[in-house]
Design a protein around this ligand. Sequence first.
Ligand code: ADP
Ligand code: ASP
Ligand code: MG
Length: 419
Amino acid sequence: MTPDAERPTPVVVQKYGGTSVATGERILAIADRIEQNLPHTPRLVVVLSAMGSTTDELVSLANQVSNRPIGREMDLLLSTGEQVTVSLLGLALQNRDIAAVSLTALQCGIRTDGVFNLARIRSIDTARICAELTAGRVVIVTGFQGINDSNDVTTLGRGGSDITGAALAAALGAEACEICTDVDGVFSADPTRVPGARLWPEISYEEATEMASSGAQVLHPRAAEICREYGVLIHVRSSFHLREGTWIRESGSIMERAEVVSVTSDSKIAKITLLDVADKPGLAARVFEDLARAGINIRLIIQSASSEHQGRITFIPELEFLDGVRVLVRRWEAEGLASRGVIESDVAKISIVGSRLASTPGLAARMFAALAREGINIDCISSSEMKVACVIAGDRLDAATRAVHREFFPEDEAAAASA
Ligand code: ADP
Ligand code: ASP
Ligand code: MG
């Protein structure tokens, strides 16, 4: 036998997001797509999100009945959305005489730590999935959920189905993890906000992680991290056609990379400023330990130099954690850690991301100048090796994104305008 013939057929993992499974018709379209491709993907694992805005609706139902909808019960509730979609797709495939089985996290051994609402996958026991694949079935898995050591359902955080897809692809030794979504791939800006955004055929894991953590929703940052660690390619592509999208891989290309890969906008943030924090060791540690203990994700931290032994600490949490932040801010005020905590939710963040940012002088200045020409005030700035981020007024985000994108991608913008 030749080595090729000995090699088992690789597993393909495809993850479909909420918009792609939003209605019965769309689920049928996914079933069509799977059926057409089955000769090329005989060992297929499909990971699904909940239908459309189901998870948001479950969150708002929980808010109707509780002031603190968190923890075990919340995860049991949120995980139901994905169970609906996997069973519907299983029924749709079986209705076409395609052998298929839908599995929850418990049934296919996705083990996580015990952190409800933001769990991390620890291990996946692939025995059941492998047995189903060997029996010739398409395996359909609930995204976003896992189980802890007590077999309680946990969830991986919003957008977490991407993480399930990546972790399964890594555990099953898949060649690639396909992230099938409602846009054609990864663009130089959110294509729903910026019509002239450029579709990238390829970006690096690092760029993808940085883009995703600066707010580009198209991929969860932890999915990019997992695939990088296990050497799994990611293919972000449309659910609605079979054209290639964006490949995410190690940056092996000898070609010069683009100066800026993405202009990322993020409206789902808040800004907290703690005023008159004493200038002594341990206070910043205390603030961020409290936030970490409460499971609150922070996107940016800005501490300005102190004057007269008093400083201020500004941080940018994700908007969904604002209630938890409010509780802590009131506590810090009561304890005198800060004279006041100012909470602003009408803010947004715009970032430029690229692996050449640190080595190319002047990119930050070009970003600030583009904002200035638009008359947009920059509230705070933060920068790192691969990113420059500015906090601005929430209602200027669209104008800011277009202006900064125009600065770095003038030809694409011109082509879109003349089309
Ligand atoms: P899914 O439900 O498939 O997981 P998401 O809504 O989580 O999809 O992510 C896809 C969305 O990400 C797109 O509809 C688009 O609006 C947004 N997006 C933001 N930034 C980008 C980008 N740079 N490239 C592509 N899509 C982006
Ligand atoms: N349904 C979950 C959410 O809306 C997970 C996902 O779609 O990735 O966040
Ligand atoms: Mg998503």
